[in-house]
Design a protein around this ligand. Sequence first.
Ligand SMILES: *Cc1c(COP(=O)(O)O)cnc(C)c1O
Length: 398
Amino acid sequence: MIWYPYTQMKTMDEPIKIIGAKGIYLHTETQKLIDTTSSWWSVIHGYNNPELNAVLKEQIDVFSHVMLGGLTHDPVEKLSDKLKDMLPGDLNYCFYSDSGSVAVEVSLKMAIQYFFNQNKPLKKGIIALEHAYHGDTFKTMAVGDDEDYHLAFPEKEGVYHIKPDKTLLENLLINHHETVAAFIVEPLLQGAGGMKMYDVSFLEKAKQLCKIYNVLLIFDEVATGFGRTGHRFVSDLVCPDIIVLGKALTAGYIGHAVTVASEKVYRGFYSDNPDHALMHGPTFMGNPLACTVALKSIEIFEREDYLSKIKHIETELKKNFNTFESNKVKEVRILGGCLCLEVYDSEDLKGFKQYALKNGIHSRPFINYMYGMFPYIISDDSLNKVCEVYKNWFKEIK
Ligand SMILES: *Cc1c(COP(=O)(O)O)cnc(C)c1O
């Protein structure tokens, strides 16, 4: 028996059986469905990309895995060099994990131990945003703020949640900076917490304040990295002390993530004292297949100028929705390759998934949010079709 994610097993719908996938399409026994989820926002090039397939097959015949404990290999070295070149500022030191949640845990451990290593053990609190989602492991649940995910695990000790508001952040830091290690945010776009968007000026101010109050700034770009907001990384706009990448990093092929630290953070561990080392090491960190596919994915992203593709998706989405109105819809939010329609009442999305399926679309609304996180290769025709179906749903239930 399979225990499915985020689901009451007793009442869940029969899952859709996928027998193949190619480009933007998921294939079932009877249908070809346009996928609007990019499989939890990871499959940015679409499914079954020939170039990605080819490099993986090649690497399998070299070797599929060796641990990173005391060993190294070309794929992990090349990817680390590439990320160092690609990422802004001095975000240069790559620590790999097998999932986004673990990579966020690593970023928090880095921040807390950074101060511990300086004999500031009281600086271990974390500031995060309301509606934040940072993963499903214990510390990431604690810094997260969403009952819909973590109702049974309310433990929030040493964590402060605020709205993305400059004054609130400043006051919190004035009062608590001596016990705070880091401010962690999903920059510009809060994904699983409801596709909420806020302005870059908050991040600019946050960076200044973190510097003044000696607090590390962590960008959880597991969802926003690799173009989702229309920026390659939000870190290109405001550079944090630590960035976390996941999801699209490996183009949806193999679960992998990376926590990249700046020079300053790295130097906080680099010493003659063995106790200052970062004691962490996921079994599959730096997996050669994951690194190989990530490298090729980044190559395609750059070569095919994905940022202009994403800009185009954003323009098309805006065209589709600029005159849209429905008394059921509280807000339409569009940013880069992300569309979200927030409804007032979650009941109004009941049945939408089935309706979309009938129209050849795989969509997975959650709570009050109908969304699209499209593979960047989506054509205008397909995108417009999705938009029509999303809009028509509100005529259907009027
Ligand atoms: C998905 C996500 C995570 C968790 O990543 P997993 O690979 O599912 O563990 C963490 N942070 C953000 C912002 C995410 O969207």
